[in-house]
Design a protein around this ligand. Structure first.
Ligand code: FRU
Length: 489
């Protein structure tokens, strides 16, 4: 079905009687519903928003279009959690009310100050000729749970020389001032960030475009984030329009980090390389927050813009990644699974198998939602690996190739194909004979953490319901594979 603008641009309060419950009933039957990832009850989820710790709980919002699996009128849907593991649904937090946000409440930040949670977001408006008008807006959540919007935007539009692709404010404090970074596009159709400054979080002054040594780097920069980690400064951004290079930037759009330093004036960020954050097929627009004990936690959208997903026909699309803990090692961001996830583990199955030029199906461990620790030790084999969600002509393969020296995640035969124009294998260079994988498998996703957080591959997969075997294999020689499985409560 193709959606008209009238169908796409409705707020949840415009739902007809029974419309949403009928949609929800349809979604419930989908075989790809996740068991422990954050997903929409129906409709489409995209970016995580407003991620923060406030009033004794974590708050997380996500971009949500309620009426089906398309990008339409975006709302902010609100979740809270004591431990980043079990989430409570708080319902819609922000929906369009004013003319400047008539076509959606776009992404933004949660910033805590004086016992209030400031929610900065982009008001998206389309005029009569469907031209986009973007402004940066503010809503305040108080400790009694009430949200009040400031009725006029705090920044009414981009400065001259920039287009109305002007969105996703990130707000933080540095020294005595508050700063806002806004994703932007020069009139020459190049992506960048704009810096604003404020002393009271309400009136904002444009400083200038942030100077980096990545002047011409994609056509639009979305969803900036900024934090300090181990005494270094990290700027996170989702630039659109980068070209594939080696094993990097294989998807339609990408998210990554610059590790560097702001100058005192906050108008330039001295940085060297851009590190792509995820090597899998579905990852975009992540956000971070800090825990009370000082860990920097990242959650991303396990999906991509401009991409159709097989669950669309079931009335829903997308989910968020599991939360990850960030650290810096040898000048690179490392990502490790959230410690708290261990609390959810139950039942351990463990098996150690020596595979010799063969393929073996496990008899007691099946591809069930949960966590897996897998160690592959290639002895004299040329290749060895593990295949999940194996069924008739279906499998999702983690492969260590000793000959060509890479590790890969292969979803060529994972089930219903997704975005195949962008290839079906993702790789990283890998030289050692042993690899340790922590894998989070759910009904329609796999997240593979390599070694101590060196790389993560996050991907959606859409297998048949009965593709539930696990197989181990080695080619031209022997390998030892060790697997431990936990399911989640
Ligand atoms: C990123 C993005 C943001 C925007 C939001 C709209 O996926 O395009 O730039 O605010 O989605 O849903």
């Amino acid at each position: 079905m193709s959606w008209s603008n009238e169908q796409r641009y409705r707020a949840i309060t415009d739902a007809k009687d029974g419309e949403l419950s009928a949609l929800e009933a349809k979604v419930t039957k989908s075989i790809w519903r996740q068991t422990y990832h954050i997903q929409p009850n129906y409709g489409l989820l995209n970016d995580p928003n407003g991620f923060c710790y406030y009033n004794g709980k974590y708050h997380l919002f996500y971009q949500w279009f309620p009426f089906g699996a398309v990008h339409g009128m975006k709302h902010w849907y609100h979740l809270t959690s004591a431990d980043l593991v079990d989430w409570q649904e708080e319902g819609v937090a922000l929906m369009p009310e004013f003319p400047h946000e008539s076509h959606g409440i776009f992404s933004g930040t949660g910033f805590v100050e004086e016992e209030q949670l400031y929610l900065f977001y982009t008001g998206n408006h389309r005029n009569e000729t469907w031209q986009r008008r973007s402004s940066q807006c503010l809503a305040i959540l108080s400790s009694d749970g009430k949200i009040e919007k400031v009725t006029e935007p705090v920044i009414s539009g981009p400065p001259k020389q920039y287009t109305h692709n002007f969105r996703d404010p990130k707000v933080f404090k540095k020294g005595n001032h508050y700063y806002m970074l806004v994703g932007a596009q020069r009139e020459a159709l190049e992506g960048c960030l704009l810096v604003y400054v404020s002393d009271d979080l309400k009136s904002w002054k444009f400083k200038q475009e942030l100077k980096t040594n990545h002047e011409s780097f994609g056509f639009m920069w979305e969803c900036p984030d900024y934090f300090s980690l181990q005494g270094q400064e990290v700027l996170l951004v989702s630039p659109q329009g980068l070209k594939a290079k080696g094993n990097d930037f294989q998807n339609i759009y990408h998210s990554g980090v610059f590790i560097g330093e702001f100058d005192e004036q906050m108008v330039s960020f001295d940085t060297h390389a851009f590190q792509e954050l995820d090597k899998g097929f579905d990852f975009y627009a992540p956000q971070t927050t800090q825990t009370p004990d000082g860990r920097q936690i990242l959650i991303g959208w396990m999906g991509l813009p401009d991409t159709d997903y097989p669950s669309d026909k079931d009335g829903w699309a997308n989910c968020l990644t599991t939360p990850r803990e960030l650290s810096i090692k040898n000048g690179r961001i490392q990502q490790q699974p959230l410690q708290e996830l261990k609390q959810k583990r139950v039942k351990t199955k463990h098996q150690q198998v020596r595979v010799a030029s063969s393929r073996e199906r496990l008899k007691t461990i099946f591809s069930e939602a949960g966590e897996y620790q897998v160690t592959i030790k290639v002895e004299d084999a040329k290749k060895a690996g593990i295949a999940f969600s194996v069924g008739e002509n279906e499998e999702t393969v983690c492969l260590l190739d000793r000959e060509s020296k890479y590790f890969s995640l292969d979803r060529t035969q994972s089930g219903i194909p997704v975005a195949t124009d962008f290839g079906t294998v993702r790789k990283m260079i890998y030289q050692q004979p042993t690899i340790q994988l922590t894998i989070f498998l759910d009904q329609s996703s796999i997240e593979v953490f390599v070694n101590d957080g060196e790389a993560v591959f996050s991907s959606r997969i859409f297998p048949k319901e009965d593709s539930r075997f696990i197989e181990l294999f080695a080619e031209n020689g022997t390998a030892q594979i060790d697997i431990t499985q936990w399911s989640y409560e």
